[in-house]
Design a protein around this ligand. Structure first.
Ligand code: NAP
Length: 312
């Protein structure tokens, strides 16, 4: 039977109506924060010391300030104690190392973070190495990174931890799937590639880690069951680059200037509209990976408090 143009149009319209389901990071992160708060309430009721997260902020970077402030706010929300140490951008490496040593030795501080990036006069590696791995709730210390790679208990970096938790709570099958990751940063892409390939759930995927030297990236993404974008290039991943039914996770957050009162909006690495027509599951920006990242720092602080990772 010959199919009319009208029928073809109708069919494609119906097909187009099929939209991906949302991996709702805002909802899940709120659930996680409530779970943490319930534990803190119990700790308080028993009269014990409550968990305490400290943060070190160096300089005046607007985004860094906003990140640190939101961490302090999250602490208040879940009932943690928090403390913030601010240094001018001219501070010396020695001053920072001294504060780190103080926090390492403070029995009332369970975990702390040094907000990155640091000013040029500071050696980032040296600073991260100075943090006691037992208090490294960002999971950036090489000891914790190594433990992660060896599938030992560790503090997972907050963004990959958030993505794993999202996949877990939505019960997304990852076993035997092909996962393509775009971006190989130390804090997102590379740890994510290790975690998706681990022998656990979520994990057991076959992983391809792509980056700026990967030619014809669409040839990888088109064959992926799961695509995780962490490159920082707004709307990079288009619908035509993924296969039907793919799971799409968007880590990207880029400030794009516009004519709104704020002067900018946040854009992900995924072209949401075209990808949502083909994907089975997709994270929005904002409201996807971002809030999960914030919640997992709280989770890591609770794990540090309870000595779940390092038992003694
Ligand atoms: P990053 O350090 O900026 O590195 C970007 C990575 O993407 C690099 O590995 C780079 O390759 C790769 N890349 C850049 N352009 C590419 C292209 N056209 N094709 C393929 N690969 C490309 O990355 P990041 O710190 O992981 O941040 C990535 C994005 O995620 C940013 O938008 C950031 O704001 C956002 N982010 C969000 C959260 C959250 O909580 N949602 C957390 C952290 C970061 P090379 O290695 O070859 O240079």
């Amino acid at each position: 039977k010959k199919i009319s143009k009208f029928e073809i149009n109708l069919k494609s319209k119906i097909k187009r109506k099929k939209m991906a389901q949302i991996l709702d990071g805002l909802k899940i992160s709120n659930e996680i924060k409530q779970e943490i708060k319930a534990e803190v309430d119990k700790i308080k009721a028993s009269g014990k010391r409550i968990p305490h997260l400290s943060a070190i902020l160096v300089g005046n970077n607007g985004a860094s300030k906003a990140y640190v402030n939101s961490k302090v706010k999250d602490c208040a929300e879940v009932g943690f104690e928090s403390s913030l140490y601010k240094f001018p951008s001219t501070a010396s490496e020695a001053e920072l190392l001294e504060k780190i040593e103080e926090l390492n030795n403070d029995p009332n501080v369970d975990g702390f973070i040094v907000q990155l990036p640091l000013p040029k006069q500071m050696d980032q590696e040296k600073i991260i190495m100075a943090i006691n791995p037992r208090k490294d709730v960002d999971g950036f210390h090489p000891e914790n990174f190594g433990r992660m790679a060896l599938e030992m208990d560790t503090f997972l970096p907050a963004t990959p931890f958030g993505i794993l938790t999202l996949l877990e709570r939505y019960n997304i099958e990852t076993k035997g799937k092909h996962c393509v990751i775009i971006g190989r940063s130390r804090i997102v892409g590379r740890p994510m590639s290790i975690l998706m390939g681990r022998k656990d759930f979520p994990g057991n995927s076959t992983v391809t880690l792509t980056h700026s030297y990967t030619p014809h990236i669409e040839e990888f993404t088109k064959n992926a069951d799961i695509v995780i974008t962490a490159l920082g290039d707004p709307h990079f991943l288009k619908g035509e680059m993924i296969k039907d039914g793919a799971v799409v996770i968007d880590v990207g957050i880029t400030r794009v200037e516009d004519n709104t009162e704020k002067g900018y909006h946040l854009a992900g690495d995924v072209d949401f509209d075209s990808c949502a027509e083909k994907a089975s599951w997709i994270t929005p920006v904002p409201g996807g990976v971002g809030p999960m990242t914030r919640a997992m720092l709280m989770k890591n602080t609770l794990l540090a408090y309870k000595h779940t990772i390092y038992k003694d």
